[in-house]
Design a protein around this ligand. Structure first.
Ligand code: NAD
Ligand code: MN
Length: 362
């Protein structure tokens, strides 16, 4: 029997509600595996409530503690009462950067039965993967505020984006390697190198250099503003999209909304070298506006569990889970954000039921 040790960090708001559902699905899969694999989940109560009690978002040695695990399953952080920059930097960014999870992979796909906001005559399926640089760029944390000017209307703040050649190269190379495994074999690189003449131009140069090693992969380069338009106007042009930390963050919300909702988007924060555990989380945040109502869409987080299964080598289970999700939406089991009336638990129940069904079909 293979036993996988999972660190579970539900976090805040709907993070808790959807992670609970994801774990139900994982437990079900383990129970059905006839002893082939199991999950040992340890819970970490880190988040905004923890901060209000302890003055910190996580333990000082939290990142060290997480190194003992095979994977991390994460909900979302952020809740009114704690500034968003405190909660984000204190937990999610601390983990991603502390464990050098430098590649954030965010697939954008249509789900059957989910009303899409993207209506394009040539596009029946979407198979995009956004590859987000996840260790530096605009989220480098480099900057400062001029406190002497504070309060008199003259404050100055600097927020610097930091790009290293190695940081650019590893994420761009990752995107090319990924494109090679896909149907179309195309990488689109997104920058703003007309306005940002240092970091983004370095990125472009690295992209040009690395692309020479992949003559079999088609390339395109776009400015981020044009890219936002292309998402809507020429979705058929896209396959693997590689972008900096901030730009890919913004574009992934747009992508998931085009596919139907933020609630269906999954993601993986990977340390591709496998030196440290990778972290799996939905793209959305803690959604304080609907937290506690039991109506959050769990598909993004359950889809992230599928990415985790795949990462752990449980490829067949990952495929089955994705199929079960598709079967669930195809049958009209939809939460409110995608036009339905089902609640969080009902969607998960349906996914679990459909797992048995799709398993029999195989
Ligand atoms: P959000 O993603 O939490 O919510 C945006 C909108 O989408 C809301 O209307 C929300 O109800 C809806 N939504 C999101 N997920 C949904 C789901 N699963 N089902 C149904 N509807 C869903 O983004 P926000 O409102 O900008 O941020 C809220 C908090 O989350 C902030 O504190 C922010 O800092 C934090 N945040 C955290 C992460 C993270 O932990 N990775 C990511 C983004 C935002
Ligand atoms: Mn985001």
């Amino acid at each position: 029997e293979k036993k996988f040790r999972i660190a579970v960090i539900p976090g805040d708001g709907i993070g808790k509600e959807v992670v609970r559902e994801g774990l139900r699905v994982l437990d079900h899969l383990a129970n059905e595996s006839n002893g082939q694999f199991s999950f040992e989940s340890d819970f970490f109560p880190w988040g905004c409530e923890y901060y209000l009690e302890n003055g910190k978002m996580m333990d000082e040695d939290g990142v060290e503690k997480l190194k003992d695990y095979d994977a991390i399953y994460f909900g979302a952080v952020g809740f009114p009462g704690v500034p968003d920059h405190v909660s984000l930097w204190g937990l999610r960014l601390a983990i991603c950067q502390g464990l050098d999870q430098w590649a954030n992979i965010r697939p954008v796909e249509f789900l059957p039965g989910v009303p899409r906001r993207l209506n394009h005559p040539d596009v029946e399926t979407l198979n995009w993967i956004l590859v987000r640089e996840n260790s530096e760029g605009e989220y480098s944390g480099v900057g400062g505020r001029n406190f002497s000017g504070r309060g008199n209307g003259n404050e100055v703040a600097v927020q610097s984006a930091l790009f290293t050649e190695q940081g650019c190269e590893r994420i761009i190379r990752y995107a090319f390697d990924l494109a090679r495994t896909r149907k179309r074999k195309k990488v689109t690189s997104v920058t703003k190198s007309n306005a940002q003449q240092y970091g983004m131009v370095l990125w472009d140069e690295v992209f040009a250099r690395v692309s020479k090693e992949y003559p079999d992969v088609e390339t395109d380069q776009q400015l981020v503003d044009a890219m936002a338009a292309q998402f809507v106007l020429h979705p058929e042009e896209l396959e693997v999209v590689v972008a900096s930390n901030l730009f890919a963050d913004i574009l992934s919300d747009l992508g998931s909304a085009l596919a139907g909702s933020l609630g269906i988007a999954a993601s993986a924060n990977l340390n591709p070298e496998g030196c440290t555990p990778s972290m799996f989380e939905s793209v959305h945040g803690s959604a304080p506006d609907i937290a506690g109502e039991g109506i959050a869409n769990p598909i993004g987080t359950i889809g992230s569990a599928a990415l985790m299964l795949d990462h752990l080598g449980l490829k067949e289970e990952a495929k089955l889970l994705n199929k079960a999700i598709e079967e669930t939406t195809r049958k009209g089991f939809l939460t409110r954000d995608i036009g339905g009336t089902h609640n969080t638990v009902e969607i998960t129940d349906a996914i679990i039921e459909n797992l048995s069904m799709v398993k029999e079909e195989v």
